[in-house]
Design a protein around this ligand. Structure first.
Ligand SMILES: O=C(O)C1=C[C@@H](OP(=O)(O)O)[C@@H](O)[C@H](O)C1
Ligand SMILES: C=C(OP(=O)(O)O)C(=O)O
Length: 445
């Protein structure tokens, strides 16, 4: 997304019931990983249902720059012919990840295991996000920053290790991006690379590494944690990947259907990996009607069809240990909480401060400007639900796709319309959001 393009505001208004069946685009986390693991494999990887959003397209481009053959063969259908573990070529251009933390951080891990030097950059949002959390463990494995990186930020030049060292690493925060970066670097190291996490984060990297032929063993650690041990220098073989619909994208039409009276909406093929479904658990606790059927699975990733009906919601307390399984969904949960009766307390949200924007402040501001009472206490977000939202505010999106989509969902049932200042960043994760929502009955103008 070019930050120099003029902003594209949009208004969302009280709508009639949402109905029909929609399939949101492919999961963003799995799409990044399919391209990266395809590029680190020998042979061909065929991907169907790839998310063709800007974040993932930037990862595809970076894989090409690093020597893999990446082709679009049809709608959402891509093939990757990889270079093998440790086989990335010296890139001739900067790797620009735009708005995407996942693309940037996972590729840093993959580059760290190769004897090459690469320049990493991104847009103003990504340039403000912390990279030391990735660079510190990668330094222990032998990679180093040789230019830039002031304050642990982009742009920076990373020199990969000629002889990567396997490590045992305890992640300082529950982050699938840190875990994945270490594992991807560990692919090129001899011996076993181990990541220990106190709270389990999404395990798509582990599942896909297994699917591509790596030896990787996960065991429980403490009450909510995991220990993941990867045997280095496997021969990864290209493998087919079917990308299910993204639960983080499904969250928007799902909450919209809950808050717009009379709605009855079906969302197909939604990925239901338990490390991603904290929002569904929470909404059900709030009284949401979400039924699952057509349960299937592919390469360890389960999916289901969800039927969502408008529901009377009540406030709940969301425990901090649930955060990793719904980390990107708190913004839209806050919208549902505003429409609920009673107070919702969301605990332990410190990681929201280092996303595309400071999502803790931005979520509070989004609600406040639309007449909802909200408070931040330490790392907790407290929303006072009154069963309705006054609306009438203009929401600042801060280069953050999820703020834009959450605010547009909020306006579908508010007393007065809700306006967002810029919809451009929605294209990073959910390019056809506006069209799909309108097809289901949303009134955007
Ligand atoms: O690994 C991934 O695909 C992601 C991990 C999460 O970030 P953290 O690892 O920083 O928690 C999440 O917020 C992001 O949208 C996608
Ligand atoms: C945090 C997100 O993504 P990323 O970290 O990849 O920019 C997101 O999509 O909400």
């Amino acid at each position: 997304m070019s930050t120099s393009s003029p902003p594209t505001p949009l208004e969302s208004r009280a709508s009639g019931p949402l109905s029909g069946t929609i399939r949101v685009p492919g999961d963003k986390s799995i799409s990044h990983r399919a391209l990266i693991l395809g590029a680190l494999s020998v042979g061909e990887t065929r991907i169907s249902g790839l998310l063709e959003g800007e974040d993932v397209l930037n990862t595809a481009k970076s894989m090409r720059t690093l020597g893999a053959k990446v082709e679009r063969t049809g709608e959402f259908a891509w093939t990757v012919n990889g270079v093998g573990v440790g086989g990335f070529a010296q890139p001739a251009a900067t790797l620009d990840f735009g708005n995407s933390g996942t693309g940037c951080r996972l590729v840093m891990g993959a580059v760290a295991g190769c004897p090459i030097t690469a320049v990493f950059d991104g847009d103003a949002s990504l340039r403000s996000r912390p990279m030391r959390r990735i660079l510190d463990p990668l330094a222990l494995m032998g990679a180093r920053v040789i230019a830039g990186g002031e304050g642990g930020k982009l742009p920076l030049t990373l020199q990969g290790a000629s002889n990567p060292v396997p490590i045992e690493y305890r992640t300082p925060v529950a982050s699938a991006q840190i875990k994945s970066a270490v594992l991807l670097a560990g692919l090129a190291a001899p011996g076993v690379t181990t990541v220990i996490e106190q709270e389990a984060s999404r395990d798509h990297t582990e599942l896909m590494l297994k699917h591509f032929g790596a030896e990787i063993v996960t065991t429980p650690e403490g009450t909510h944690g995991r220990r993941i041990a990867l045997t280095g220098q496997p021969e990864l073989r290209g493998a087919p990947v079917i990308v299910p619909a993204d639960p983080s994208s499904a969250a928007f039409p799902l909450v919209a259907a809950l808050i717009v009276d009379g709605s009855d909406l079906v969302l197909s093929d939604v990925m239901t990996n338990p490390l991603r479904t904290g929002l569904f658990t929470t909404l059900r606790e709030m009284g949401a009607s979400i039924e699952e059927d057509d349960v299937r699975g592919d390469a360890g990733e389960p999916m289901a069809r969800l039927r969502v009906r408008a529901s009377k919601l009540r406030g709940v307390v969301v425990p901090p240990e649930r955060a990793p399984s719904m980390i990107d969904e708190y913004l839209v949960l806050a919208v549902a909480a505003a429409y609920a009766e009673g107070t919702t307390v969301m605990r332990g949200l410190h990681e929201l401060r280092v996303k595309e924007s400071d999502r803790l402040e931005a979520t509070a501001a989004m609600l406040r400007v639309n007449g909802v009472k909200v408070e931040i206490t330490g790392d907790d977000l407290i929303v006072e639900g009154r069963g309705h939202v006054p609306g009438g505010g203009v929401v600042a999106t801060h280069m953050d796709h999820r703020i834009a989509m959450s605010a547009l969902v909020m306006g579908l049932a508010s007393d007065k319309p809700v306006k967002v200042d810029d919809t451009a960043f929605i294209a990073t994760s959910f390019p056809d959001f506006i069209a799909l929502m309108c097809k289901a009955g949303a009134d955007f103008a």
